[in-house]
Ligand binder design. Structure first.
Ligand SMILES: Nc1ncnc2c1ncn2[C@@H]1O[C@H](COP(=O)(O)OP(=O)(O)OP(=O)(O)O)[C@@H](O)[C@H]1O
Ligand SMILES: [Mg+2]
Length: 256
């Protein structure tokens, strides 16, 4: 297992109330795609970000472990954890306009990741960046490289975001609603890309989504969250063909 969340509980600091994430455990194998599904507010993002030190102010991990290749991320000091992010675990957010800095070109931002992680010469890094953009299905890589985030369409920005995520050669990508801000045709392409990357690079992916159609197509296993607790988890074929929990059935009826 490359990633293991064990008995994770997240609370609002100084709040004796119900935890936002309660005793959650699941794991992701090498090259595996695991989907985290559940209604809005069920704790998907909180679960995914807890191990990366990216929880919002006021939220604390009350108990549990988040193991990446056996190391507990919750015990790693913030400076070191920053090195983990990007290099070994990359996060792809829902709206890449916010993930990119508006003041720098896409190229400069990918270059920054390459420089931090690999050093090397500027020209080599540029070749590497262009190759990454192409790998993510961007034909006009040179133009995208020179563009500012706002100059790109949503679909191109999303792909550039994935290219940036791949720049650190991560082993795990955490993708939080990676396709909900782009149109359906492009969604399909981004998903194909994920599948391809998994196959070629043996990437593991934690896919957070509302879209059960997507889960069915892409994921190996699925974890169903409801009000911060896991109601069921298992192979996609099992859970989505014969959901044991009425909540999963409701999620499916609501648009899966
Ligand atoms: N900073 C915070 N302080 C207090 N409560 C918070 C904070 N951030 C999130 N929450 C609460 O934690 C719960 C889980 O939120 P989270 O964002 O993880 O859900 P989600 O499943 O990702 O939802 P969505 O599908 O809408 O993205 C929600 O009830 C939310 O209101
Ligand atoms: Mg969320």
């Amino acid at each position: 297992m490359i990633y293991q969340v064990e008995n994770l509980t997240v609370r609002v600091n100084d709040n004796g109330g119900k935890p936002l994430v309660n005793n959650v455990s699941f794991s992701i194998g090498s090259g595996e795609i695991v989907a985290l599904v559940g209604a809005s507010g069920s704790g998907k993002t909180t679960t995914a970000l807890a191990g990366l030190g990216l929880l919002a102010d006021g939220l604390i991990v009350a108990s549990g472990r988040v193991l990446f290749e056996g190391d507990d991320l919750l015990k790693i000091p913030p400076v070191q954890l920053r090195r983990f992010r990007g290099r070994r675990i990359a996060v792809v957010f829902q709206e890449p306009l916010y993930a990119f800095d508006p003041l720098f070109t896409i190229g400069a931002q990918i270059d920054e990741v390459l420089e931090v992680h690999f050093g090397a010469h500027a020209a080599e890094r540029k070749d590497k960046a262009l190759a990454l953009l192409k790998r993510c299905g961007i034909e006009e890589a040179e133009r995208v490289y020179r563009s500012y985030p706002h100059q790109l369409s949503g679909g191109l920005r999303q792909r550039a975001m994935i290219a940036q995520a791949l720049a650190g050669e991560p082993k795990l990508i955490i993708a939080d609603e990676p396709t909900s801000s782009i149109d359906v045709t492009l969604q399909a392409k981004v998903l194909e890309l994920f599948q391809q990357l998994r196959k070629e690079l043996n990437l593991s992916i934690l896919l957070i989504t509302h879209d059960l159609g997507l889960v069915r197509h892409l994921a190996d296993r699925v974890v169903v969250l409801r009000q911060g607790e896991i109601v069921e988890q298992g192979r996609v074929g099992h859970v989505l063909t014969a959901p044991r929990h009425v909540y999963t059935q409701q999620l499916m009826a609501a648009g899966g």
